[in-house]
Design a protein. Structure first.
Length: 371
């Protein structure tokens, strides 16, 4: 299971995708041969905060994934046992209910999460592709602003991570959260293990990146990841001297700045002229990347709010949860559209594992929040 990806520490959001694989340079849905009748074999996504664990383990235990698949439209325990051909234990049903994956009404058990099989997800992705093309055309000036600013700082190789991890997978959530368009999350007595939205998708997207983040108060290190580089980025995240190094980066004090990660790889975060070798974005009116990124994120949020997909997503999803699921598909479609149009290229290291910090450096972005 992939680790928790803290998208934006200020709003404490997490995204977890199981069994993500990197098979191509551009994001695309997996070819569908036959749909597994076991949700545990689907792409499981949790946008959540946790106190104990995420629901993935409960889906993967015993025959629970098959129970959730069969219970999409409701079944009694007797019906579930007949379809499975094996006993269904009360402990299984109890675990799924405790983790809010299954609900009971009388004798009928029904899956309590959105389950988007090929018919649903293909239609959603088609709609998001059209929308992604439309938005990308409209935001061209802002994309050019960001590209030009990174070129000026000799940081063009960081464009992919800035556009995805900072703008699409960061500022977009801020914009939606400020509009109360996505669920607020808090572990409480009613939701003691986790809170957020958990859903299943098949087929999954191939080569879809994620974002990890860490850093001291007011400073965030964003790391764009795929499976091949996750171990190396985790080692950097656990570097003992990371926080003081990020504080220097935030001040632009990168002369002779080198840190050693937990795997003893040495990361040179500065250049010979003392400038920083990774983008530093100050979230105020003086930073053109922040201003352009905010306009892009605002357009993404507006587009999501203009599309009511609650009924088509189904699975008991609320309007806010539907917005959440739609946004995930939209930002990946936008990244795919921008890749096809030659606006941005995926760093080669995301598709082939490397422990070389020089190759991994374009995956890093530092943001400094306005105090």
């Amino acid at each position: 299971m992939a680790p928790v990806m803290l998208l934006r520490p200020r709003i404490l959001l997490a995204l977890i995708a199981l069994n993500a694989s990197v098979l191509a340079a551009q994001i695309s849905p997996q070819k569908v041969d036959s749909v597994p009748s076991d949700i545990a074999k689907w792409d499981l996504i949790c946008f959540c905060v946790t106190s104990v664990n995420t629901p993935h383990f409960a889906v993967r235990a015993d025959t629970n994934g098959k129970i959730l698949y069969l219970a999409r439209n409701g079944m009694t325990k007797t019906q579930l046992q007949r379809e499975l051909g094996t006993p269904v234990l009360e402990s299984q049903l109890g675990l799924l209910r405790d983790w809010r994956l299954l609900k009971r009404d009388g004798d009928v058990y029904t899956s309590n999460i959105p389950i988007l099989g090929p018919e649903k997800i293909d239609e959603l992705r088609k709609q998001m592709e059209v929308l992604a093309n439309e938005i990308t055309s409209e935001i061209r000036p802002d994309l050019q602003t960001i590209t030009a600013d990174l070129q000026r700082r000799n940081l063009s190789e960081s464009l992919y991570s800035v556009l995805f991890s900072y703008v699409l997978d960061g500022l977009s959530w801020d914009q939606l959260s400020s509009r109360k368009a996505i669920p607020s999350m808090e572990v409480t007595a009613d939701h003691p293990f986790w809170d957020g939205t958990f859903w299943a998708v098949y087929p999954k997207r191939e080569a879809a990146p994620g974002t990890n983040s860490t850093g001291p108060h007011g400073i965030t290190l964003l790391m764009t990841w795929t499976d091949p580089v996750l171990q190396e980025l985790n080692a950097l995240q656990e570097a003992p001297d990371l926080s003081p190094a990020l504080q220097r980066v935030a001040r632009g004090d990168c002369g002779h700045l080198e840190i050693e990660d937990k795997a003893h790889n040495k990361w040179n975060l500065g250049r010979s002229d003392g400038s920083c070798a990774l983008p530093v974005i100050h979230e105020d009116a003086s930073d053109p990347v922040y201003l352009a990124g905010t306009r892009i994120a605002d357009r993404v949020a507006a587009a999501v709010l203009d599309h009511d997909l609650q009924k088509s997503i189904g699975g008991g999803a609320t309007v806010q949860q539907a917005h959440l699921i739609e946004t995930h598909e939209l930002i990946w479609e936008m990244l795919s559209v921008m890749s096809r149009q030659g606006i941005v290229q995926q760093p080669p290291v995301l598709g082939s594992r490397s422990a070389d910090p020089v190759m991994l450096l374009p995956l890093l972005v530092v943001t400094v929040q306005k105090q």
